[in-house]
Design a protein around this ligand. Structure first.
Ligand SMILES: Cc1cc2nc3c(=O)[nH]c(=O)nc-3n(C[C@H](O)[C@H](O)[C@H](O)COP(=O)(O)OP(=O)(O)OC[C@H]3O[C@@H](n4cnc5c(N)ncnc54)[C@H](O)[C@@H]3O)c2cc1C
Length: 383
């Protein structure tokens, strides 16, 4: 691999890097995927508990809401490469899909089928794929990217795509190390933190309810008495803390020391029986009597001080700042206009979870990989 030249190099062989390669036929050009770990698509294989909730049904308007403040900024690429296009592409690869409550899965319920399809299409598109090729240094010299690979060796590329994911589950290879390399190049990276993660609180009273879930709960985060965010949905009690969709979706706003408030939209008698017992115990006074006012308060605003968020979030909030990126091409603006030896060389692209955008649960994060990867593929078509 030493000093070999490629037209395009992608750092990261996860969902987004592979989606780009599967959508860009190199025909007469050269391209390489540098995957730092020994395996491709490890996180993709974990998605949806191995079943891979690949996208969501519904209109693009609904998608924009799922990404919070980033939604309107992502608009261009979400419209251009939407969920219907992704589903159609899967069908073309022989992967049928099913819908469960709006969530789209491969009918086989196997993430492996999707990974196989991406790898075989990328290979058919003439991409060279190297595993155990961890990029540890980046330099731009005379309009070309020099990518230092751990161990002896480097790759020279005309165009570079960052598809290195976020920081959660670092054992999969997504350890956020590329962020510090980018910061050294003065590209702003917003502090990455776990999202879609369980929340832990002080004096958690529900360990014994582990595995029980409750629907229709309004969950809120408050900091210094001010509401930061509120959402509603199902929550799940685990042995150590709160989980379930409403908790996962709000977790990126949670910080140690902030308050997590839970408001149950049910009467005590409508809650799971074991939970009723725990709540009644919590409402008992020193004499053992249930204090009605305390009981009402536990149902209408049960507040906990947050002790932390599980670092093993399904996704990363934070990452490469959105204002660094041109969303019609996924190019980093700073390098887009830089003069280079030949027109179209020297561009830097970013796709997937590495950018500072993340969706709620339901297939929105893999759709983001698809939309950003295909947008970059369109642009790289002409490089
Ligand atoms: C348990 C779990 C369940 C999930 N379920 C779903 C779901 O059902 N639906 C959904 O939409 N999303 C889900 N997600 C999120 C989704 O899987 C990710 O958002 C998506 O896989 C991100 O893809 P990516 O290619 O951008 O990043 P990654 O998948 O993280 O891939 C990045 C790749 O880059 C490599 N890399 C990193 N640094 C370097 C380097 N320096 N040099 C070379 N290579 C490097 C890594 O090894 C990795 O292979 C889930 C995530 C988890 C963890």
């Amino acid at each position: 691999m030493a000093n070999k030249f490629y037209d395009i190099a992608i750092i990261g062989g996860g969902a987004s890097g592979l989606m780009l390669a599967a959508n860009l036929n190199l025909a007469g050009r050269s391209g390489i995927i540098l995957e730092g770990s020994g395996k491709l698509g490890t996180k993709l294989l974990m998605s949806g508990g191995g079943r891979c909730n690949i996208t969501h049904a519904g209109s693009v308007k609904e998608f924009l809401i799922a990404y919070g403040n980033a939604g309107p900024i992502l608009r261009k690429c979400l419209y251009k490469h939407n969920n219907l296009e992704l589903i159609e592409w899967l069908h073309q690869q022989g992967i049928d899909t099913v819908e469960e409550n709006g969530r789209i899965f491969p009918s086989s319920m196997k993430a492996k089928d999707l990974l196989n399809a991406l790898v075989s299409k990328a290979t058919a598109n003439l991409w060279q794929i190297e595993t155990n090729a961890r990029a540890s240094a980046l330099k731009k010299e005379e309009g070309l990217w020099n990518i230092g690979i751990d161990g002896p060796g480097s790759v020279i590329a005309s165009n570079l795509v960052i598809a290195s994911g976020g920081i959660t589950y670092p054992e999969t290879g997504s350890d956020g190390s590329v962020f510090s390399v980018l910061r050294d190049m003065c590209i702003s990276v917003n502090e990455p933190r776990p999202a879609l993660a369980p929340i832990y609180v002080n004096d958690y009273p529900y360990s014994e309810l582990s595995g029980i879930s409750v629907s229709d709960v309004i969950v809120s985060i408050r900091k210094n008495q001010r509401k930061v965010k509120s959402m509603s949905g199902d929550i799940l009690f685990t042995h150590e803390g709160f989980s379930g969709p409403a908790i996962l979706n709000i977790s990126k706003y949670a910080e140690a020391g902030s308050t997590l408030g839970l408001e149950y939209k049910k009467e005590l008698s409508e809650l799971p029986r074991r939970m009723q017992r725990v709540i009644e115990d919590r409402a008992k006074g020193p004499s053992g009597d249930i204090r009605t006012k305390v009981l009402e308060a536990l149902l209408s605003c049960d507040d906990f001080i947050i002790s932390g968020v599980d670092p093993r979030g399904m996704v990363t909030a934070g990452g490469i700042a959105l204002d660094e990126i041109d969303f019609s091409s996924m190019k980093v603006k700073k390098f887009r206009n830089e003069s280079a030896h030949a027109q179209g060389t020297g561009a830097l692209y970013v796709i997937g979870e590495a950018i500072d955008a993340d969706g709620i649960t339901g297939g929105y994060n893999l759709q983001l990989c698809w939309s950003t990867a295909c947008t970059a593929a369109d642009s790289l078509q002409f490089c």
